[in-house]
Design a protein around this ligand. Sequence first.
Ligand code: ASP
Length: 312
Amino acid sequence: MAVSLRSRARLRHLVQSQQLSRQLLDEIFQRADEMRASPHRAAGRLQGRVMAALFYEPSTRTRLSFEAGMLRLGGQTMGTDNALAFSSAAKGETLEDTIRIVNGYADVIVLRHPAEGAAERAAAVSDVPIISAGDGRGQHPTQALLDVYTIKDEVGRLDGVKVAMVGDLANGRTVRSLAYLLAKYREVELTFVAPPQVAMRDDIKAHLDRHGVRWREVGDLDVVLPQVDVVYQTRIQKERFTDEESYRAVKGRYVIDLAAMRRLRPDAVVMHPLPRVDELDPEVDSDPRAAYFRQARNGMHIRMALLDMVLS
Ligand code: ASP
């Protein structure tokens, strides 16, 4: 990649999860632990700093946890939701031009965009850090950070962890970024459970092979459930389908419900990046192994740690 993503040991832009080293990951997790343990001690650290949130696609958790994190650190935020319609993109401005302009106003830019590779394009022209908040079907590196942080927290280890990724693995950017990050750890085992139409893409499989990560594809979720530490369920990404029929053909195929929970080990957890549609039964919420709301809460602390790291 032509873009310089790191300046010395510091992180500059975060556009792909594979750019994070084990050392950087440890540092981010440690800062997130500190943010979580004593949020008030961190207040004021980013006073006078401004974050711009440019969101060209819908978001709840990512957008609000970044904003909440920045505000809790004493910084300020501004941004545009639905930027395709409400920013100058609607008038035909390129992403690059928008980034150049916002460079004059903000100290960090959080960008969500429908085009794969948009975050790299933004980083190539930006003097201020670009943090990707998701680029279409590409990646969602800050989600992967909070996911790995959550696995560490819930399971107690990352080396040797066994994770089943379930659902829309072709269009889901969270599982792609998570696979890249988990590949940094030793003896990790990944099981992909997806309708064949939305199977994990070959680029990820090739990356895992290159890094000696064991992976397999299994069609029967019931077989996988008793064998793993983490079930990472995902939504079928309706917005990436061109017609309703192909969406319906894969929707509802794999569901985590009370019957599935009975097959899961007592020490395993269920994660989901959320939002959920029908692939995760709300009846599961009261099971202590349902980790997805804790996972979402971790997102704010991880994003605080990240903002602190790129801005200080
Ligand atoms: N919120 C996640 C994302 O933005 C997952 C999803 O939308 O299904 O990728």
